[in-house]
Structures are given as structure tokens and as C-alpha cells.
Design a protein around this ligand. Structure first.
Ligand code: SF4
Ligand code: SF4
Length: 378
């Protein structure tokens, strides 16, 4: 690559990183304090200093291959210690956004992250489309009692299967691309037996996906960890509940139903957890109460607002439903879907929510590289 081309690429990458939140990238003079100060560095091998260096040099392949940004839980300790006020926490967050853009084969993430207009238009189009589909394909509107199943079926059931299938496929392809980036820059080209892949997968993925435990090691970690768990488990419970109720059980037998009381308790508790978690996060971001929330990228606001609106309308739907109010239930449910669909379709494979998948996989791929290096170092 000629020097001019390299400089042009560096310029493009650095201006993208700047718009993704790396506001003080070139203040860094590579002292390494961030790596040393990180409370997670005892547990994971990652050089945050090196990640910042790759960003400064605009090395896009190295950035996409580097697990370090994914091993950071944005606690802000390194930013407090940074002697140049380069705000490594923000740089690492920008690098995560940049990596999401690189992993995404559709090119949608790039447009989503770099254009507020595109982001808001996508949400608006999906919301309107959802309302239109519900209006055109809804079931009978029963007003003598609340019958949400009749109102929503089969539209919701069919849409569930299509959306779930397509989104899972996109995310899996993106994770595979993450793997290819990671291994392409590995210093060892040796191969590992399939059993190692499987054993490490079992050891790392479910545990870190379900516990997000590294976050608890950060200073003030318990507070953020609690918010994180409220959001994660609130979402996970609603997701599993929804799959069971609207996809799995009707597929096994139309006569199978969840117990209504248990189902309502589970649904309402999960929505309350989501509202609490997202409200605390919104409050923290408005107040900029700590270094973690000092800077919010526009996509952070969109994500947390969508999550909050989804949760509020979900809870209201349940309240109206269990209060026996048919019309308010159907209307609120439709509005709820108008927030749920953009949240799932845009955030899970293309933006913030994909963190949930990328973080444990970064640990997994990092571990595979470590084993390779140990095995083939001579
Ligand atoms: S970001 Fe700050 S702490 Fe980290 S290497 Fe650069 S100057 Fe040092
Ligand atoms: S923000 Fe916290 S977790 Fe991330 S690198 Fe800095 S000290 Fe480590």
C-alpha cells in the first residue's frame, strides 16, 4: 500500500472514529497507564494502550481483530488516571462501534452509526410499517372481553418466526466475520482440534453471556452491574416468555397454554425490571453523573429510549389486559409493537444490543488465540 493511500485510509478511519465518540484520540501519548490501571487486566490479556494505538494509526484490520475493546466494561477508571485526558473509555467505546460496523456484512450498521437522519428514519419507517401490518392483518377485535391472542394471531406469530430467523442469521454471520477478523491477525497460523473449540465454547460463552461477570470487577461495579442485570434479565425473561407463549407452545399443540397468573407475574416483573434499569441509565446519562455517562453517542440515546418506551408500553398492555379493558389493550399493544420491532430489528444485529453477543465471543476467540500461541510458540 502506498504511503498516500495509507494516509487517506488513516484519515478516513480517524474521522469515523471521531464521529463514533473518540473525541480525544490524538491526545494519547502511549504511556500505558490505561492498561495498568484497568481492574480487568488481571483477568484478561488485553492491551488497551495498543487498541488506542491501532485507532491512532487507522489500522482498520487490527482494530476489528483486537478483542481489547470488547473486554472493556466502560467503568471509566482508566480515563480518570490518563495523564493526557485522552479519555480511553470513550475511545474504547468508539472502537466497539467501529468493530460492529466492520463485522456487519450488510453495511447497515455503518449508515446507522454515522447518520442520525438515517437512524431516525429507519426507526420511523419500521414503526409505521408495523402499525400498518397490524392494522391490515389483525385478527378479530373482540370488545366483550380482552382477547389479545385473537387480535394478534396469526400476524404476530408469523412475524415472530420471520424476524427471529432473519435476525439470528444476520447476527451469526456477523459473529463468524468477527472470528475471521480475529484469526486473520493472529500471530500463530497453527490449527486447534475441534474438541478445544467445543470445550472452550462451553467454558466461556454460556457463563459470560449469562453472568456478564467481568463488569462486577470494576470499581462502582455493583451499581452498574445491577443496572446491566436488570436490563439483561428483564429482556431475556420477556424474550423467553414470548418465544414459549407465542411460538413454541402453539407449535407443539394449540391447546397448550401457560398458566395465566404465573405468566402475568413473570411478564410484569420483567417489564418493571426493564423500566427501572433503563430509567436509571437515562437519568445517569442526563445528569452525566459519572465518567461512564459523561459522553453519550446518539445511538446510545436511541437505544435506551427505545428500550424504555418498549417497556412502558409493554407494562401498560399487561395492566390494561389484566384489568379487562379490551380497546386500551389492543391500542397499547400496537404501540408497543411499534417500539419493539425497531428495537429488535435494528439494535440486535446492527447496534448496541449486539454487545451481548460480541463480548462473550471476544473472550472466546481471544482464548483460542492464546491457546494457539502457547501450543505453537516454538
Ligand atoms: S489513553 Fe491515556 S493512559 Fe492510555 S496510553 Fe494513552 S495517554 Fe496513556
Ligand atoms: S474503562 Fe474500565 S474496564 Fe474499560 S479499559 Fe478502562 S479501566 Fe478497564
Amino acid at each position: 500500500m502506498s504511503r498516500t493511500v495509507a494516509l487517506l485510509l488513516k484519515g478516513e478511519v480517524s474521522s469515523i472514529l471521531k464521529s463514533l465518540g473518540a473525541r480525544n484520540l490524538y491526545k494519547c501519548y502511549q504511556c500505558g497507564t490505561c492498561t495498568a490501571a484497568c481492574p480487568l487486566s488481571e483477568e484478561v490479556t488485553a492491551s488497551f494502550r495498543k487498541a488506542v494505538k491501532y485507532a491512532q494509526l487507522g489500522l482498520e484490520e487490527k482494530i476489528a481483530a483486537d478483542p481489547a475493546p470488547w473486554l472493556c466494561y466502560a467503568c471509566g477508571e482508566c480515563s480518570e488516571m490518563c495523564p493526557k485526558d485522552a479519555k480511553p473509555t470513550e475511545i474504547l467505546a468508539a472502537l466497539r462501534r467501529y468493530s460492529i460496523i466492520k463485522y456487519d456484512w450488510t453495511g447497515f450498521s455503518k449508515r446507522f452509526y454515522l447518520s442520525k437522519t438515517f437512524e431516525l428514519m429507519s426507526i420511523a419507517i419500521l414503526s409505521i410499517l408495523t402499525a400498518l401490518i397490524v392494522y391490515l392483518f389483525k385478527g378479530p377485535v373482540i370488545t366483550e372481553r380482552v382477547d389479545l391472542s385473537a387480535f394478534a394471531q396469526p400476524t404476530v406469530a408469523i412475524a415472530n418466526i420471520i424476524v427471529f430467523g432473519v435476525l439470528s442469521l444476520i447476527l451469526l454471520i456477523n459473529i463468524y466475520r468477527m472470528y475471521k477478523f480475529t484469526t486473520s491477525q493472529s500471530s500463530s497460523s497453527g490449527k486447534l482440534p475441534v474438541s478445544t473449540y467445543i470445550a472452550e465454547f462451553i467454558k466461556i460463552i454460556p457463563y459470560h453471556f449469562l453472568t456478564q461477570r467481568l463488569m462486577a470487577r470494576c470499581r462502582d461495579g455493583k451499581y452498574y452491574y445491577t443496572i446491566h442485570l436488570l436490563l439483561f434479565y428483564g429482556y431475556a425473561v420477556i424474550f423467553v416468555h414470548h418465544i414459549l407463549r407465542h411460538m413454541l407452545l402453539p407449535l407443539i399443540s394449540p391447546t397448550l397454554h401457560l398458566n395465566e397468573v404465573a405468566s402475568s407475574i413473570v411478564g410484569i416483573s420483567a417489564f418493571v425490571a426493564l423500566i427501572l434499569g433503563s430509567s436509571l441509565a437515562i437519568y445517569g446519562r442526563i445528569k452525566k453523573s459519572t465518567i461512564i455517562w459523561e459522553y453519550s453517542h446518539p445511538t446510545d440515546w436511541v437505544f435506551i429510549t427505545l428500550l424504555w418506551l418498549t417497556s412502558i408500553t409493554g407494562l401498560l398492555t399487561d395492566i390494561f389486559k389484566y384489568s379487562g379493558l379490551p380497546l386500551p389493550t389492543y391500542v397499547t399493544f400496537t404501540v408497543h409493537l411499534m417500539f419493539v420491532v425497531p428495537l429488535l430489528v435494528l439494535e440486535v444485529p446492527f447496534a448496541k444490543w449486539s454487545h451481548l453477543a460480541y463480548r462473550p465471543f471476544a473472550l472466546y476467540f481471544n482464548r483460542l488465540n492464546e491457546i494457539k500461541q502457547l501450543r505453537y510458540k516454538t
